[in-house]
Design a binder for this molecule. Structure first.
Ligand code: ZN
Length: 154
């Protein structure tokens, strides 16, 4: 499941916390948060420098948990199903995630749109609208993407 970088409004935890401690390096100021919805919830926060690696680990762990649950379900048969792993969610205000989102879902490796142009334009507009909430100024390559596509749907 991709990390939602666009619809951050529904997040219960604000990822961008200038005073919060990074759970990876101990530094101050975080841009991302991950939550395992157990009781109590397991909340981890990460700074800009640690987030790309932490994000990758988070995604791999998510895949492994899902696969493990599927295997146990198959072995268990139809009557006694194993409990589903706890829900997990995450959010970030890191431009790193916006870059990944563009690369993974909006553009092909040759740089051409991988989805209908109206969808690319809609996402470009949303990235522009959300820019003030992000950590730091918009990186040049993302600005180039936004400038190229944000007007193409109107
Ligand atoms: Zn850190």
């Amino acid at each position: 499941m991709p990390i939602d970088v666009v619809r951050l409004g529904s997040l219960a935890y604000e990822p961008l916390e200038p005073g919060a401690r990074c759970d990876s390096c101990g530094g101050t100021g975080t841009v991302a948060v991950t939550v395992v919805h157990t009781s109590p919830e397991e909340v981890r926060r990460y700074c800009e420098a640690c987030w790309p690696t932490a994000r990758e680990r988070w995604e791999v762990a998510q895949e492994e948990r899902t696969l493990d649950w599927m295997k146990r379900s198959m072995r268990a048969g139809p009557f006694v199903q194993p409990d589903k792993p706890p829900a997990r969610s995450s959010g970030s205000r890191s431009w790193h995630d916006v870059g990944l989102f563009i690369e993974r879902y909006l553009l092909r490796s040759d740089g051409s749109p991988g989805v209908p142009l109206t969808d690319v334009a809609q996402q470009a507009n949303e990235i522009r609208r959300n820019a003030p909430k992000m950590n730091g100024p918009m990186p040049e390559r993302i600005a180039a993407f936004v400038n190229k596509y944000s007007g193409t749907a109107s």
